[in-house]
Design a protein around this ligand. Structure first.
Ligand SMILES: [Zn+2]
Ligand SMILES: [Zn+2]
Length: 363
């Protein structure tokens, strides 16, 4: 494991949440910045963490193609192998797998007096589509807290994949399209990977999912065969087919191509029953790429951190519990949020493009 440095009570914070992002002045960089800066260290390619605001970016090797796809091929993005130490002024920095999506990293920063780790988004559950989470010990642990309530507990990926498979079978028997909404970066590819245990049938992909899935395939991730959906091609019969699309496509004009479809949503938010009904999905599959409540608690304990800071969502229950246990815990105010936001814009753009193309061709 990593070496520990005892915290110095007189030290000012090595990483601070500011207007720019998570700033490390000692190292001269910003982690997952949301405003202009020179050097950015990026935890992963989701839009709430990866914004086009820096001169130079550092990201894990497997994150780079995803980042370029999303932010632009021309950007100065430097690949960092997991575990390799880089020196930034008075700090040493290394990237360690976060188990969230392909290339997702926790960032460890070792300053003159203490070791800090920022998780980005992370999960502990096995996921065949990305590198497994690595535990990194530290003095101060900055953790995401997207699902920081006791109600959030996940079943293993293969269990959920079996539920998806049986829904797909039902729709095959009923001769209806099965449209499954899943975040276009990470979740969709995880589903395609988990389903290889049950079938080798092709899955049809919305354009926003297709490009990212190709990048996963290039990275060597084993997934079901896929075909991009061409709305112009009227010969394809989608009855009984599984279709993967970003949540933003739900209720859009894009859906008109799939009459009588059964819809499903694949997300940690489906753990709360009312969410499925409110969003109008026929089926909810509880599959998350974030740590659940036990995962958060276990990880915090295992890092050995004396101090815990949270980002994302409503962390007050977690912070209260940690304080009761004698951990110095507090919430940081950041701009990180639900991956859904990122997909919403992608899918809306995609849907309107496809819609206008459809209109242009007179269909
Ligand atoms: Zn994320
Ligand atoms: Zn996030």
């Amino acid at each position: 494991m990593t070496d520990r440095v005892s915290p110095d009570s007189g030290e000012s914070d090595l990483i601070r949440a500011t207007e720019q992002g998570l700033v490390c002045s000692e190292g001269g960089f910003v982690i997952d910045p949301w405003k202009e800066c020179n050097v950015a260290l990026i935890t992963h390619a989701h839009a709430d963490h990866a914004r086009p605001v820096a001169q130079t970016y550092y990201a894990s090797e497997s994150c780079v193609p995803l980042l370029k796809h999303r932010l632009g091929e021309e950007l100065d993005i430097r690949p960092v192998p997991f575990g390799e130490k880089l020196t930034f002024n008075n700090t040493q920095v290394s990237f360690h797998p976060a188990g969230h999506v392909l290339g997702s990293a926790q960032i460890r920063v070792e300053g003159p007096q203490s070791v800090w780790v920022f998780t980005g988004d992370f999960k502990r559950d096995a996921d065949p589509s990305c590198e497994p989470f690595e535990l990194v010990q530290c003095d101060t642990f900055i953790t995401e807290a997207t699902f920081a309530l006791p109600v959030y507990r996940w079943q293993a990926g293969p269990v959920v994949a079996e539920q998806i498979m049986s829904w797909w079978h039902e729709m095959q028997a009923a001769q209806r399209p099965a449209v499954l909404f899943a975040y276009s970066l990470g979740k969709a590819q995880r589903v395609l990977s988990e389903l290889t245990a049950f079938t080798d049938q092709s899955v049809y992909l919305h354009g926003a999912v297709n490009g990212l899935t190709n990048l996963y395939r290039n990275a060597g991730i084993n997934m079901l065969p896929t075909q991009p959906i061409d709305l112009q091609d009227r010969r394809v019969d989608y009855r009984g087919r599984l279709i993967l699309a970003p949540p933003g496509a739900s209720g859009s004009a894009w859906m008109k191509r799939f009459p009588n479809a059964s819809t499903g949503f694949c997300s940690g938010w489906m753990r709360v029953r009312g969410n499925r009904r409110r969003r109008g999905y026929d089926r909810g599959f509880v599959l998350s790429d974030h740590a659940d409540w036990p995962g958060l608690l276990t990880t915090i304990e295992e890092t050995g951190a004396k101090r815990v800071l949270t980002t994302h969502g409503q962390a007050s229950a977690l912070v209260r519990l940690l304080c009761e246990q004698g951990v110095d815990a507090a919430e940081l105010q950041t701009h990180y949020g639900d991956e859904g936001e990122d997909d919403l814009s992608v899918a809306t753009a995609e849907a309107s493009t496809e819609e206008s193309t459809t209109k242009d061709s007179g269909n």
